[in-house]
Design a protein around this ligand. Structure first.
Ligand SMILES: Nc1ncnc2c1ncn2[C@@H]1O[C@H](COP(=O)(O)OP(=O)(O)OP(=O)(O)O)[C@@H](O)[C@H]1O
Ligand SMILES: [Mg+2]
Length: 258
């Protein structure tokens, strides 16, 4: 693993599967394990900050910094929950398009920025991304040491596995420092036979690359978001808090192995 930090890209072809929620809750669980964490939002929705109590009126962010050719660390927000947050920032549409054109011309931009950001050894950087293929996905996967793909336990998610495997082939697998790609199922409802069947099919298809932790459906997740809190702060005994803790332990084991 590189000295800069371990960079984990959280991605999915489908929208609304839980990427932002996973990044926020994993950031909290890792922070609770005394791990230094940088949560980085590479999605123009700029929603990760809402989980980590950044004031809504605060417009700073990495895209804004980039367009002003200023250093990214000036956009950082220290969350009251203890992790560092690099939000995307609030941009006018014209500026967003200009930022995306710049990313398109320079696919290694994020990778270079992460090498330059001052960071404690052992930090885990979690990157949230928008759904589907985009300049953001390319930047995140080219910067990643490890990729975490989020799936729902439904047929539509199952068929997206092939497109994620193509992304990994394009952006990750040829890099010697790339440590691996894993899938996690979110919003699992074991009471539904279809969810159980799809989960079984995913386990057969992906083997060890499907994380042993399945993130269960839990209404506390949305409630926590409404309170601008990671779920383990809002509802410490909830299923979602237990699952985030288990996923953090699994991730730390992968980082040690790599
Ligand atoms: N385990 C869960 N149990 C219940 N609800 C969940 C769970 N995980 C996520 N959600 C809810 O699902 C919705 C989508 O989650 P989220 O915004 O994290 O998805 P996303 O993949 O980041 O979406 P986008 O593709 O738009 O960025 C939210 O309302 C969130 O509260
Ligand atoms: Mg999101």
């Amino acid at each position: 693993m590189t000295a800069r930090s371990t960079v984990v890209a959280v991605v999915s072809p489908k929208g609304g599967v839980g990427k932002t929620t996973v990044v926020a809750n994993l950031a909290m669980a890792l922070t609770d394990r005394r791990q230094s964490v940088l949560a980085l939002d590479l999605d123009p929705q700029n929603a990760l900050r809402l989980h980590l109590k950044m004031p809504v009126a605060d417009s700073r962010g990495l895209a804004v910094q980039c367009l002003q050719q200023a250093s990214l660390d000036h956009a950082e927000f220290l969350s009251p929950y203890g992790m560092r947050l690099l939000p995307y920032g609030s941009l006018a549409e014209d500026d967003r398009r200009e930022f995306e054109r710049m990313l398109d011309r320079d696919p290694q931009w994020l990778r270079r920025q992460l090498d330059a950001v001052p960071i404690a050894p052992g930090t885990i950087t979690l990157i949230d991304t928008p759904p589907g293929g985009s300049v953001y996905l390319q930047q995140a996967l080219l910067a990643a040491d490890l990729a975490l793909m989020v799936l729902l336990p439904d047929a539509a998610s199952f068929v997206t596995i092939a497109s994620m495997e193509r992304w990994l082939a394009d952006y990750c697998r040829s890099r010697s420092e790339f440590a691996g790609s894993y899938y996690v199922v979110n919003r699992m409802n074991a009471a539904r036979p279809l969810c159980r069947d799809v989960l079984g099919a995913m386990q057969r298809e992906l083997g060890y690359r499907l994380t042993p932790t399945v993130l269960r459906f839990d209404a506390m997740v949305e409630e926590a978001m409404a309170s601008q809190a990671p779920v383990s702060r809002y509802a410490p005994d909830s299923l979602a808090a237990q699952d985030a803790a288990a996923l953090a332990d699994w991730l730390l084991a992968q980082v040690e192995i790599a």
